[in-house]
Write a protein that binds this ligand. Structure first.
Ligand code: FAD
Length: 372
């Protein structure tokens, strides 16, 4: 895909999201079906192979927002995949780039990233999954928890400990293929929201990974995760939240005009107007912050981490507040499965936990701001 303007890319993504993704978003949420058809549509549109599509964070966030307005689960699967592409682009060796060129990922193959473990929370420094070098392979042992697209994706970016003595400097990242001997998956979690994303545990039992699947150098795991997950993926997480908030706001404005009680639309009441005002302003503020942070990160890549943390924190909290108000505007209807705002609220809630909890984000931002 030649480099499209932000406006052109928005129009393209909006068309696909409205025509192809939105019509069955509620159905796949209820059935917990993995959104393979949607992934195919995004691939056909040229939204995979991000490096060759010359996506910057602003364009990426633009596409993700439109996808999320229609189907946040699909947006999360897409963002998780994009992290693997970016890890390859930013830090992959020539051998890795040859084995998984972005041209191939553009046509087939889905990626996912696996940092979280049952006992590490948002603290990647507490992971215990080990990778021990044995000739030309790493023997990987341990488990990863709550991994989006686990069992469905073909290629996993996995944070492991290559030197247990070295703390953060002892962590590395490996690319592990789905059919690698010693890798197995748990059952999908029955989640509150983002239900078609397939969150599963990954088990590594003497999993044999060729040494040339190392991404970056040994000991550079934190940097790879910083660049690909925080410095790129967090903008995707923020964009999902903004997309959700925008969709909830649009639906609420429509409902406030159409719902007539005692001869009056509910939007005629000041109490409802105030909620609509807050939703509109909050969503616009989150979108503006996301665009501002993405622009800064694109222009000054050294600032990508702090900007990613800020955009994600603000947008994910706004999305929960806005979708909560959307349910209020919809009254009892908004509490029913039949209404899209009910799903949007459940989906927004997951983003307060994933990609670091709000508590961790606040701590990280404070430390960076205070230089601690
Ligand atoms: C929908 C979804 C998809 C996900 N997909 C992926 C994925 O693809 N890949 C991946 O690697 N992970 C994924 N995760 C995991 C996600 O990263 C973790 O859920 C998240 O980091 C929080 O960890 P936890 O669930 O263990 O919560 P806990 O760490 O148990 O946290 C519980 C509470 O304690 C607070 N807390 C914990 N420690 C501290 C502290 N030191 N200071 C202050 N407060 C603290 C937390 O903020 C939170 O409020 C996903 C999660 C969700 C919900």
């Amino acid at each position: 895909m030649q480099k499209l303007s932000v406006e052109e890319i928005k129009k393209l993504a909006e068309k696909i999201a409205k025509e192809k993704l939105a019509p069955h978003a509620s159905e796949i949420d209820q059935n917990r079906s993995f959104p393979w058809e949607n992934i195919c549509e995004l691939r056909k549109a040229g939204f995979f192979g991000l490096g060759i599509a010359e996506f910057d964070r602003v364009r990426f966030a633009t596409v993700v927002k439109e996808i999320a307005k229609a189907c946040p689960s699909t947006a999360l699967v897409y963002v998780s995949h994009s992290i693997v592409e970016k890890a390859i682009e930013y830090t992959g060796s020539e051998a890795i780039k040859k084995k998984w060129p972005l041209e191939i990922l553009r046509k087939r193959g889905l990626g996912a990233f696996a940092v979280h473990e049952p006992d590490c929370g948002s603290n990647a420094g507490a992971i215990t999954t080990q990778a021990k070098k044995d000739g030309d392979i790493y023997l990987v042992n341990g488990s990863k928890f709550f991994i989006t697209s686990a069992g469905e994706a073909d290629l996993y970016l996995v944070l492991v400990r290559t030197d247990p003595e070295k703390g953060p400097q002892g962590m590395s990242t490996l690319l592990i293929e789905k059919d690698t001997p010693g890798l197995s998956f748990g059952l999908p979690e029955d989640k509150m929201g983002l239900r078609s994303t397939s969150s599963r545990e990954m088990f590594f039992g003497d999993c044999r990974v060729p040494v040339d699947h190392l991404i970056g150098k040994e000991g550079e795991g934190t940097q790879v995760i910083g660049k690909a997950v925080i410095g790129w993926g967090f903008f995707g997480a923020a964009a999902i939240s903004v997309g959700i908030a925008q969709a909830a706001t649009d639906l609420s404005i429509k409902h406030a005009k159409e719902r007539i009680i005692a001869g009056q639309p509910i939007g005629a009441h000041q109490a409802v107007q105030f909620m609509i005002t807050d939703m509109t302003v909050e969503t616009e503020a989150a979108d503006a912050l996301l665009n501002n942070c993405a622009n800064k990160a694109d222009s000054f890549p050294d600032t990508a981490i702090i900007n990613g943390l800020k955009a994600k924190l603000f947008a994910s909290e706004i999305a929960v507040d806005v979708t909560n108000k959307a349910i209020q505007v919809h009254g009892g209807h908004g509490y029913c499965r039949e209404y899209v705002v009910e799903r949007l609220f459940r989906d927004a809630r997951g983003l307060l936990l994933h990609f670091k909890t709000s508590e961790w984000l606040r701590q990280d931002i404070a430390k960076a701001t205070l230089g601690l």
